[in-house]
Design a protein around this ligand. Structure first.
Ligand code: AMP
Length: 501
């Protein structure tokens, strides 16, 4: 049987007149989406796209952009979305590394990208958020139907660059099997059907919005309210039409801060899912208190798609990411040896399964370093499994602080600081220190501007071992975050690197 991602995810819907995508200015049926996809696929092939060629794209979210993804896969190409925040200088690296056949950028960026595209021999096309540009003009010259170009299970369907907080970004190679199998697993685990309408406010250059949300809803023949970006106001306008939402934790904190978000406003919603960054246990509790619904938190990464999830039925536990998804083998392992650790001990999450990527694009050494001999991928996420089997993430291994030779897990300290009255949130980092190697430093965002460092220090003194207590408590207006809501600890470490110099 074909394991083609396109066939599995975008196969024709039984009712082709049904709306697939709702947007602010038009509704797109399944038939219209397929017709658009076919035009683009035919155009890509006419531009010289051969099976396995990359289509690198940096463009604002639109229906046409989503169809470009489907079309690339249908035409046998490899879709390579790039964060819209990257500058032309950064694109220079990505494009030189990935050597795409076709590059798609906004009209505004085209001038800066032209010499780069010329250097790598790529065709440059433009696409803006309003769908104008040379790509749509060229696609309109073509007509479907377009028959999917055959690809095997292990052939690449996409390359997504990891955010690369240390060193160069790496291109994660994702094959048809990886993406298709994950959508199939999520469909069953989260009970998605054609009756679902997902509120889609995530970017589509990232695994969350593109694959977790996009592939899943296309696969079940559901609908998406497909909006350019998140705002609590707009979410509340559209929510009456939705049955489900996927978001990063900030979506949920912003909804909770909005006075229009009530139990009634969400009473018809069957599922709220959170991921891509840790959801504070406090947010989980506040949300449940207000709406009577428990947010379902799951965990995954670009390299592994979705790996663990809280249960659909049963206890969705705050502060945990649940259990390994069906078909995903997870072990919490000793960082050095890879030996599995008993429940209750902190180790590195390692995983194996159809979900796990093939390796890093043109980085055989990095790839080899990232896998154990038995095929398990070393994620770099540190976690602990409790006696009931629930997994909790305690942070990235590179964020682990070693102070005076002792391990300090930032999450433990952050959890205690966040519980102090007057604290909104915090990030705990290690900075170089002559005596200790690294010193624990807390960067705190206050709710109560009168809160003093000494109050935080006193509150922690009674609860935490001395070596875990911050050597400095600093205040800031906001923590640096990337577009998926992840706190950028590398940036914080850089800012405060000379604190004890
Ligand atoms: P990305 O590749 O951009 O999707 O980032 C993946 C990383 O995000 C993972 O390796 C985790 O460190 C983090 N992450 C994703 N989901 C969660 C979650 N539910 N809780 C904590 N961290 C998460």
């Amino acid at each position: 049987m074909s394991n083609h991602l396109y066939d599995g995810v975008f196969a024709p819907h039984a009712d082709s007149t049904k709306t697939f995508l709702y947007t602010a200015d038009r509704d797109i049926s399944f038939a219209e989406f397929t017709a658009l996809t076919d035009r683009i696929a035919a155009m890509l092939v006419a531009q010289g796209l051969a099976p396995g060629d990359r289509v690198a794209v940096q463009a604002d979210k639109s229906v046409l952009l989503f169809a470009l993804y489907a079309a690339t896969v249908k035409a046998g190409g490899v879709y390579l979305p790039l964060n819209t925040g990257y500058t032309p200088a950064e694109l220079d690296y990505f494009l030189g590394d990935a050597k795409p056949r076709i590059v798609v950028t906004s009209n505004a960026a085209a001038e800066a990208i032209t010499p780069i595209a010329a250097r790598i021999g790529a065709v440059l096309m433009t696409l803006d958020g309003d769908e104008s540009g040379s790509l749509s003009e060229a696609a309109m010259q073509h007509e479907g139907p377009f028959t999917a170009v055959p690809r095997g299970s292990e052939d690449l369907a996409a390359i997504l660059y990891t955010s690369g907080t240390t060193g160069r970004s790496k291109g994660a190679k994702l094959c048809h099997r990886n993406l298709r199998s994950n959508a199939e697993v999520l469909r069953e685990y989260w009970r998605f059907t054609a009756d679902d309408t997902l509120l889609h406010m995530l970017p589509i250059y990232h695994t969350h919005g593109l694959f977790v949300a996009g592939n899943l809803l296309a696969m079940v023949g559901g609908s998406m309210i497909f909006l350019p970006k998140f705002s609590a106001d707009v979410a509340l306008e559209w929510m009456p039409k939705a049955t489900s939402m996927m978001g990063v934790p900030t979506f949920y904190t912003r909804l909770l801060d909005h006075e229009g978000f009530t139990a009634e406003a969400s009473s018809h919603m069957r599922l709220f899912i959170s991921g891509s960054a840790p959801l504070l246990a406090e947010t989980h509790r506040q949300f449940e208190e207000l709406t009577g619904k428990a947010i379902l938190e799951r965990y995954g990464m670009t390299e592994t798609n979705m790996s663990t999830s809280n249960p659909f039925e049963g206890d969705r536990r705050a502060g945990t990411v649940g259990f390994a998804l069906p078909g995903v083998e997870i072990r919490i392992a000793d960082a050095k040896t890879g030996a599995p650790l008993p429940d209750g001990e902190i180790g590195i999450i390692e995983q194996r399964g159809d979900n796990v990527f093939l390796g890093y694009w043109e980085m055989p050494e990095k790839t080899a370093e990232s896998f154990r001999e038995d095929g398990f991928f070393i994620t770099g996420d540190m976690a602990v499994r409790d006696a009931d089997g629930y997994i909790s993430i305690v942070g990235r291994d590179k964020d682990l602080i070693i102070s005076g030779g002792l391990n300090v897990y930032p999450k433990e300290v952050e959890g205690m600081i966040d519980d102090i009255e007057g604290v909104l949130e915090s990030a705990v980092i290690g900075v170089p220190h002559r005596d200790f190697g690294e010193a624990v430093v807390a960067v705190v965002v206050r709710q109560d501007q009168g809160l003093e460092a000494a109050t935080v220090e006193t509150a922690l003194a009674g609860q935490l071992a001395k070596f875990k207590q911050p050597k400095a408590v600093l205040f800031t207006d906001a923590l640096p975050r990337n577009s998926m809501g992840k706190v950028q600890k590398a940036e914080l470490r850089k800012t405060h690197t000379d604190l004890f110099a």
